[in-house]
Design a binder for this molecule. Structure first.
Ligand SMILES: [Zn+2]
Length: 311
């Protein structure tokens, strides 16, 4: 493919003793002179428009699914399955959108090569847009789906607090604890009647919330930093040569990874206090994995040894 397919057929001698040499492409523009003329600009803009179009169509699918989820969220009590099932049908749509962007790239990159106005660097920048665009499609899906699940999990928690607390009577006045006001992240509930504080042990409903709802609340709270972590990872992968990756990007990856896991674990510990004691060891393990990746970069190894060196 590429500009070699645009060559002109050369007249062949009637009696050829030897096969003619392969014809040369019609005056290809030398690499160093390709600085992106009007044809390159038009193709680049068309490529951007294709990406935007794929994203808009996926956004419409997700919005439809979100609207359809509202009555299901309202009906959630102790089980998130009624939401998980319809959202399973959205996964293949995200896949299709990703494939679509890849197909677009295959087509438009041929045209970009053929127009002869784009340098190798420019081609690579255009190609990088594909990976960024497919990442954004995934993040968009996770954001909408995650938002739905987090709201359902919150509802699950409210129902659980009411259900578990209603099974208890106030220690002070004996009234049922039916008006639950969670005053802290533990299960202290205020009596609606005499306002005294009661400690309620988690019942089945809260244990179910802890088992299947908490992770969605944790993911939601860590969403922004998680997205910035994933964008940084993708940016780092786009360098052809690992040694060219700016140290600042690696530092950013380390910081966002740490913040992401710290946030997730803190939310999990808040709703599941029994798990709190394991959080530091978990963070340690996740960060060791991140360090393993970072140490593949000499920039990071050098930075680490400087940090470790006595001042
Ligand atoms: Zn009371």
């Amino acid at each position: 493919m590429g500009w070699f397919s645009k060559k002109k057929a050369e007249p062949v001698a009637a009696v050829a003793v030897q096969p003619p040499p392969p014809p040369v492409a019609a005056a290809p523009v030398p690499e160093e002179q390709r600085t992106g003329g009007p044809a390159a600009t038009a193709l680049s803009q068309r490529w951007d428009a294709m990406i935007a179009d794929s994203r808009a169509r996926l956004a419409a699918v997700l919005e439809e699914a979100r609207v359809g989820s509202e009555p299901l969220i309202a009906a959630i009590t102790t089980d998130l399955t009624p939401l998980v099932l319809p959202w399973n049908t959205v996964g293949p749509r995200v896949h299709a959108a990703r494939d679509e962007v890849s197909d677009y790239w295959n087509k438009i990159s041929d045209e970009m090569s053929a127009c002869g106005e784009l340098s190798h660097d420019m081609m690579r920048r255009e190609g990088n847009k594909r990976d960024l665009a497919t990442l954004e499609l995934e993040l968009l899906h996770e954001r909408v789906y995650g938002g739905v699940m987090a709201r359902a999990a919150n509802r699950m928690r409210e129902v659980a607090l009411a259900t578990d607390a209603a099974a208890h009577a106030c220690n002070n006045c004996g009234a049922n604890l039916d008006r639950v006001t969670p005053v802290s992240q533990s299960l202290n509930v205020e009596c609606g009647h005499c306002k005294s504080m009661n400690t309620v042990n988690p019942g089945t409903a809260l244990r179910m919330f802890a088992a299947s709802g908490v992770m969605h609340l944790a993911a939601e709270e860590a969403r922004d930093v998680g997205e910035s972590m994933r964008r940084t990872e993708t940016q780092i992968k786009q360098y052809r040569d690992a040694k060219d990756v700016p140290l600042a990007l690696l530092i950013e990856l380390e910081a966002s990874t740490r913040k992401y896991w710290t946030t997730r674990l803190a939310v999990e510990a808040r709703y599941n206090p029994d798990e709190a004691k394991y959080a530091p060891a978990k963070l340690d393990r996740y960060m060791k994995d991140a360090q393993k990746t970072l140490r593949r970069f000499w920039q990071w190894r050098e930075y680490e040894s400087q940090q470790a060196a006595p001042a």
